[in-house]
Ligand binder design. Sequence first.
Ligand code: 13P
Ligand code: SF4
Length: 306
Amino acid sequence: MVEQSQNGLAKEIKRMARERGAIIVAHNYQNDEVQDVADEVGDSFYLSRVCAKSNAKVIVFCGVRFMAESAKILSPQKTVLLPERSAGCPMANSITAQDVVRLKAEHPGAPVVCYINTSAEVKAECDICCTSSNAVRIVKGLPENEIIFVPDINLGSYVAKRVPEKKLILFNGCCVTHNRFGADEVVAARQKYPDAPVAVHPECSQPVCELADFIGSTSEIIDFCKSSDKKRFIIGTEMGVFHKLKADSPDKEFYLLTPRLICANMKMTSLQSVYNALNENKTVIEVEENIRKRASACLERMLALK
Ligand code: 13P
Ligand code: SF4
């Protein structure tokens, strides 16, 4: 197709979305111009709610596969499009349904909490889903004392520390992006900007989380910086959050903990891919009905709690 200017593309995207009755949602890690063209931008929990409640016929999910899949699981009657077919999440791909079945056999009676960063097949084997913004509350609220938590060992360790009365059985998955740096980089950043609070995502390693002033989901980090009276912040999550951080607080300064905080999968989606998605109806997300029903129960249990 003929290449268009970014502005022209954004206008065309809006026009096509209106014509098709589509809503465009984007995760906080998406490229700036993709966030700008979206109707809703937010963290995983917020976007899963938006998609579940939306009356749109089509959802264009600018994010990674497990997010679009979650939207389809909750709204099977809607067409869900993932603009970049190969935008996946290595953490979600690190665990299979068979891994969960094995863990359940090893720990009979222990409920399974899965991070939303999992495939539909994995969710279908789990009891309740969580995101980084509600994981502690969900684990705390379960009546059982022994709980299987998959797949993120970092988020699991973060939760285990805050719910010491329960025994968590963890899987050995992690986010390559957030696990890429250690405490030494937090120490170095603090030396450079001693007055700046450090805000990190719970997907960071335990030594990093222990040195942080604030730990939260992408949107919680954005809200923390907005409401703080500090002027400078060290950010320990994917660089896409800078778009909203700067828009919310143009007078504040933000420093990325390390330049390596980039999720290649989240950065695949461009305005051109959003345009192509609407124009060519791609990539349509499908989930086999038996898997979808069981995965839906897992997601619905989480949504019912908030
Ligand atoms: P949030 O739920 O905080 O948006 O995080 C999703 C994610 O993939 C973080 O790497
Ligand atoms: Fe997955 Fe990590 Fe990218 Fe989030 S930042 S989508 S957990 S690889």
